[in-house]
Design a protein around this ligand. Structure first.
Ligand code: GSH
Length: 213
């Protein structure tokens, strides 16, 4: 498999975590967002949406949208599972992932921030304020749900890493970049600490990628 991604992209990061947790190997092709390589025609041919990640599954077919790719991985490689066995628990885990994937990450995406900077005159303080607002409201809900459903535990749900952790950890990384004070969410910090000790998460970290500079 060939993963088109970018070291600092949260959605590429979440997909690397999922691939690593599944024990799958993959080649990486760096699409440098800083140089807008994703907006080149050559990349449009890979993903018409011109976003990373995209996954070439090996037979020429290319999958896009990280949640869809991770669900595909889960179906094709069910073990180790990134979802609980019970349907209601699976809904809870998917809801945690959706807080990040649907409600936090999209409004802090590069293209949104570029528009705020260049068309609405936002400076870097304003950008941090913008991102901090949406990250904080998502993290408040995420922390409340984790504490309610897994009162004691090292991960977002239950006692092993799930789809939710694969979404959460990159968002924490991004929150640090936007100077969000994470002390407000002790449970999320503790999940981050647990995950940072796992090889699968360490290998997925932005700083561990070949294109990290
Ligand atoms: N919903 C998509 C979002 C993908 C996405 O927004 N990727 C970002 C990087 S994290 C990107 O390519 N941004 C380019 C831009 O905003 O210009 C997914 O989960 O795959």
């Amino acid at each position: 498999m060939k993963l088109y991604g970018y070291f600092r992209s949260g959605t590429s990061h979440r997909l690397r975590i999922a691939l690593n947790l599944k024990g799958l190997s993959y080649e990486q092709v760096a699409i440098d967002l800083r140089n807008e390589k994703h907006l080149f025609e050559s990349y449009r041919a890979i993903n018409p949406q011109q976003l990373v990640p995209a996954l070439d599954v090996g037979d020429g077919d290319i999958l896009t949208q990280s949640p869809a790719i991770i669900e595909w991985l889960e179906e094709l490689y069910p073990q180790p599972s990134l979802l609980p066995t019970n349907a209601r628990d699976r809904a809870h885990v998917r809801a945690l992932a959706a807080i990040i994937g649907c409600d936090v990450h999209p409004v802090n995406n590069r293209r949104i921030l570029e528009k705020l900077r260049h068309e609405f005159g936002a400076n870097e303080d304003a950008i941090n304020e913008w991102c901090g607002t949406w990250i904080s409201s998502g993290f408040d809900a995420y922390e409340a749900l984790v504490v309610a459903r897994t009162p004691v535990g090292a991960f977002s749900f239950g006692d092993r890493p799930s789809l939710a952790d694969a979404h959460l950890i990159p968002q924490i990384e991004s929150a640090r970049r936007f100077k969000v004070d994470l002390e407000r969410w002790p449970r999320l910090l503790s999940i981050d600490k647990t995950c940072s000790r796992l090889e699968e998460f360490r290998r997925a970290a932005p700083s561990a990628q070949p294109d990290a500079v």
